[in-house]
Design a protein around this ligand. Sequence first.
Ligand code: ATP
Length: 368
Amino acid sequence: MARETPAGDLRLADLTKRFGVFTAVDDLSLTIEQGSFFALLGASGCGKTTTLRMIAGLEEPTSGQVLLGDTDIARLRPYKRPVNTVFQSYALFPHLDIFENVAFGLRRRGIRSVDDEVARMLSLVQLDGYGSRRPAQLSGGQQQRVALARALINRPQVLLLDEPLGALDLKLRRQMQIELKRIQTEVGITFVHVTHDQEEAMTMADTVAVMNAGRIEQLGAPADIYEFPATAFVANFLGQSNLLAGEATGASGGDVALTAHGTRFSVPAGRSRADHGPVHLGVRPEKLILVGSADQVPAGHQHVTGVVTDASYVGVSTQYLLRTGWGTELSVFAANSGTSTPVAVGSEAVAYWDPRHAFLLPRDAADT
Ligand code: ATP
């Protein structure tokens, strides 16, 4: 598919949407780089669909701008915007065959010779030869591909995807995630994808924005957000985190020291977002290593001691719960690599970690 002249980055500037007294999207500002795959990730009700609908023109902002390059499109009618949306429901025309479903946008614009472009689109979504079927004769995943082809044939500058894989079963969803990423790379169009599935967002997107209560909690590359979350919300929404409440006592020698439950710990300053006052010491479950006693902890590592209260075998890993002496339960994921020794429920154990894998966050009254 030929690429259009780039429209530029998509920018949301101080975008707000209120429904009566309720603020669904709260003064949102962010830039989505032209040609990137961007995911808006958040729990149900956080405002992601409303944000998408304001980009599409299906919802008018209470205030703020939607800029494509230098042009504010926030008050243009949907069909005047170089933007298309793919919904979870596919919204295919049941009485038209696949060819005509895909050709629809071209026909509406009065273009007569559509064969080559429709064939190109069907090939892009790997549905060559399916043109004469009806939507009902296709699987859910195939219908989703048709919906994608039907949107892409319009050569939008921005493609919006609202939970497009939500209706598919898990295995198909995983396949389509890889497929969508391939198609996005091939067409080079800006994709803005809304999902509540953190694995889906991380698998596909170059940039993920984690939304909570109408605001962005954190925005960045998936690995950066996962490895160094900005808030307790992100630490727990994106995967799991063990968060130990403590008090930071200051930075020295490149580390920030803290005390949690009477024990001293430290975190490299580069992994700390606070160096004094109430903090959370965070460690991901897969960064914890379980051993039988403290003398097995390598030099330079930190540890806590406890009793194993649960062990769940989940194939690739075993997930343990370790109850510490002060009553906190830590989650530990141990890879079932073939060399690991299972730890029995009820036994005393030590969980240790490399401080370079920990992170320190400010803790406010709203945090647990
Ligand atoms: P989901 O994943 O469930 O679709 P979401 O993050 O996309 O959730 P939105 O659909 O953007 O959330 O809704 C954000 C909030 O705004 C919700 O609390 C919702 O009830 C409210 N809301 C959305 N549309 C309207 C409306 N037309 N009138 C009143 N409230 C609305």
